[in-house]
Ligand binder design. Structure first.
Ligand code: SF4
Length: 459
């Protein structure tokens, strides 16, 4: 039954996509449901914020010059409700979070030596994510900086919130502020400070692990690979900074939880997880890094973090049947994402192209052997080894909802996929660094829902 005072569920992300058509796409990432509506329908839907009944929404729409009959509106909302996109009642009041990271200001900061960032323009960061969040202040600044451009902003999820973050229009599947020369119009017009903080900080991330704050770059952009061994680019923390107090922070510092789930109901304390990740970041890579990561997953599930410290280097024999089973599960999950994306993204969109590359790579793996490790001493081998250093430094997987044992096995799958893409490279410059393509798609398209996986903890 239609909620008495309906609002869009917080699971739903509304984004306006301009291409051959102009539509607002409602995307439920949990169920893969997609529904396209007209911008004017969105204007009405945004008024259904859980505080108004149907009559109230229709009155509010008419007050804004949008002629709406309650019966028509009820039909529209019922359609959304049938798809599971609505919730009942107003949003909870936001927590008063206070100053972020106030308690961490005197904690020492650390970054990986010899890894810096220079934007080479090879990356796809401005076209991979359907959500580029602006604070309301940043959005207002964008209106002023680009006063001759079309602007429209959408809530990060669900219905609009007072002073909540907002996302701009997507044009041909990319951030609407990216121009045809693949440059940010905000940056070009008014410098880097005109961009939202998430863009200025990307791909930097920092994590407090109970002892220090460790900064790294997420492995989601080709520029990150270009920066391995480069010292003259921008480090994740300003050179010479010793504590967080000396670092200007654009995004809050993540925190390693007090306990981290390893597998099922087994957990490990923060100190043990910290020791394990620090050891892994400093470890000598095995001959086959992907097999080493898979072995860590097995050790975490059976014996905990102490055994996992040694599993990486020892690389026990692979249970290839289990790996293949995991690949088939991953392929099915990726395929499930392709159909809804195809309803509102063009074939040339990076996300669609990237998922196609992943599926094709998974199919090639299913039909032959697992892709072998790159030759010792090659650049590809160096990148794989550094990937483990970087993701361990940034506590990847220990911050999320995926049990660590499963997360490490999925990391191994990602490496095998990247090798398979590299072995038959798509004729597309965006595929130049396959590992970063796989990484960014896991986050940008919502594949981390797949990663969260079945409750039995497989693969
Ligand atoms: S605002 Fe600029 S930097 Fe950020 S995603 Fe859009 S085009 Fe890229």
């Amino acid at each position: 039954m239609l909620p008495k005072r309906p609002r869009l569920s917080d699971r739903v992300i509304a984004r306006r996509h301009l291409a051959d058509t102009d539509r607002v796409v409602l995307h439920d990432q949990a169920s893969c449901q997609v529904m396209k509506i007209l911008p004017v329908q969105w204007q009405v839907l945004a008024l259904a914020d859980g505080t108004r009944d149907i009559e109230g929404v229709a009155l509010a729409a008419r007050a804004r010059g949008i002629a709406t009959e309650p019966t028509d509106l009820a039909g529209f909302l019922e359609h959304l409700d049938e798809k599971g996109l609505l919730a009942e009642g107003p949003l909870d009041a936001p927590d008063d979070a206070g100053e972020p990271d106030e308690d961490l200001l005197d904690v020492p900061v650390e970054a990986i030596a010899g890894w810096t960032l220079i934007c080479s323009g090879r990356g796809v960061c401005c076209e991979a994510f359907s959500t580029v969040l602006f604070t309301p202040r940043e959005a207002r600044r964008a209106l002023v900086v680009l006063d001759d451009e079309l602007h429209d902003f959408y809530p990060s999820r669900g219905v609009p919130r007072d002073e909540g973050p907002v996302a701009p229009i997507m044009v041909h599947g990319r951030c609407g502020y990216l121009n045809d020369q693949r440059r940010c119009m905000l940056h070009a017009r008014a410098g880097t400070t005109a961009k939202p903080s998430v863009c200025r900080s990307f791909p930097m991330q920092s994590v407090y692990d109970g002892a220090t704050v460790r900064a790294a770059f997420t492995f989601e952009c080709a520029c990150v690979v270009d920066g391995i061994g480069v010292t003259h680019g921008d480090p994740p923390f300003p050179r010479g900074a010793r504590t967080l107090r000396e670092v200007s922070r654009l995004v809050p510092v993540a925190r390693l939880p007090e306990r981290v789930t390893l597998d099922g109901s087994t957990t490990a304390p923060r100190a043990g997880v910290r020791r394990f990740y620090r050891a892994l970041a400093a470890a000598t890579p095995p001959r086959d890094v992907a097999a080493g990561l898979w072995a860590i997953g097995g050790a975490l599930a059976s014996s905990g973090v102490d055994a996992a410290e040694t599993a990486y280097a020892t690389e026990p024999e692979l249970d290839t049947a289990r790996v293949r089973e995991a690949f088939s599960e991953l392929r099915a999950a990726v395929s499930a994402w392709r159909a809804p994306l195809a309803t509102f993204r063009s074939e040339a969109d990076f996300t669609r192209a990237g998922l196609d590359w992943i599926v094709a790579a998974a199919d090639r793996i299913a039909q032959s052997e697992l892709p072998p490790a790159p030759p010792l001493g090659s650049r590809a081998a160096e990148v794989e080894a550094f990937y483990v250093t970087a993701t361990s430094w940034g506590y990847a997987d220990a911050l999320g909802r995926v049990p660590l044992a499963r997360a490490f096995r999925i990391r191994a799958l990602r490496l095998w996929l990247a090798r398979a893409i590299a072995a038959a490279p798509p004729d597309d410059p965006r595929a130049a660094e396959p590992l970063t393509v796989v990484e960014v798609l896991f986050r940008a398209v919502g594949l981390d829902s797949y990663a969260a996986g079945p409750s039995d903890g497989s693969p």
